[in-house]
Ligand binder design. Structure first.
Ligand code: NAI
Length: 296
């Protein structure tokens, strides 16, 4: 088995925080990347964010100006889904919703070549369930990156019940060629990291509800004394409360409403308000000029 060759493009569908990062990593590794989003402005923002991130590396002398320009030139906007035909790999990074993901993959199957691998960056939805409605479920695999993608080494390569082992191995080898540290995992709710991390967030919410301490104190204790890189609230602000809440809901449902995974009503209210964390400027902390959304 070997990594996919750079002579065929990689398509990334969804150009938010994750899609932009995945596109950057693939482009730096030498692949032409086609970026699509239902909101063209998201593609434009992703492309300018990628250029800014790579230019920063040049300024810090961690990348040459020539390599930077070449990587930026490899990222192309796909104006319609049809523009991604011919890609060897499609990585889906759209909204965390089973029906929407299934709908997208059904559309993609009609566009891509028979040997194109379909990958989902889902955080928590069953890869088996996403694949089930496809004409060829064997070619769908989870390729789960972590945020921020250019900095986080881990990629979980998730096999659903129908996933072809050769497809999973090609994605594993491709992630390694992109400079990542892939691991194989089976499709279980939350996979490895998001399963283990659920109690980290859930106990943070419980502590907050019980007024044990404010969010900033809990974060500081976990970060500065507990050996964690980030506390639960600053990490949820980074991930996005919409994404984090969807993952908790999905794991909760998948384990038949096991109370250990009960989603937080306060987090649901933050999502309702659009206080999503860093990406909206407001969460537990404020980013830019916005005031914090949640009383500390
Ligand atoms: P985001 O909200 O930043 O970006 C999602 C993008 O997808 C948006 O630009 C939206 O316009 C676009 N989109 C929605 N429906 C679409 C469709 N049908 N076709 C094309 N584009 C569509 O979300 P983010 O954080 O990038 O997450 C994307 C996926 O990655 C989700 O499945 C999430 O669970 C997963 N993920 C997120 C992580 C995180 O820390 N944020 C970490 C690992 C995985």
């Amino acid at each position: 088995m070997a990594a996919l060759h750079t002579d065929r493009a990689v398509a990334v569908i969804g150009s938010g925080a994750m899609g932009a990062g995945i596109a950057q990593v693939a482009a730096v590794a030498g692949y032409t990347v086609k970026l699509f989003d239902t909101r063209p402005e998201a593609v434009a923002k992703a492309m300018s964010d990628i250029a800014a991130a790579l230019n920063k590396l040049v300024a810090r002398e961690r990348m040459s100006a020539v390599d930077c320009a070449a990587a930026i030139a490899r990222v192309r906007a796909a104006l319609t889904l049809n523009d991604i035909a011919g890609s060897a790999l499609v990585v889906e990074a759209i909204v965390e919703n089973l029906d929407v993901k299934r709908g997208l993959f059904a559309e993609l199957e009609a566009i891509v070549a028979d040997d194109c691998i379909l990958a989902t960056n889902t955080s928590s939805i069953s890869v088996t369930a996403i694949a089930a409605k496809l004409r060829v479920p064997a070619r769908l695999v989870g390729m789960h990156f972590f945020n921020p993608v250019p900095l986080m080494a881990l990629v979980e390569v998730i096999s659903g019940l129908a996933t072809d082992a050769a497809v999973a191995q090609t994605v594993y080898d491709t992630a390694a060629a992109w400079g990542k540290q892939p691991v194989h995992a089976k499709s279980t709710p939350g996979f490895i990291v998001n399963r283990v991390a659920r109690p980290f967030y859930a106990e943070g919410w419980r502590l907050l509800n019980e007024r044990a301490a404010d969010a900033a104190t809990i974060d500081a204790v976990m970060r500065d004394c507990g050996g964690f890189r980030m506390g639960p609230f600053e990490l949820m602000d980074l991930i996005g409360h919409d994404v984090n809440f969807s993952v908790t809901q999905s794991v909760f449902g998948a384990y038949f409403n096991d109370p250990r995974f009960t989603p937080s009503v306060l987090q649901q209210e933050m999502v309702n308000a659009g206080f999503l964390g860093r990406k909206s400027g407001r969460g537990f902390y404020h980013y830019g000029d916005a005031a914090p959304a949640v009383p500390q």
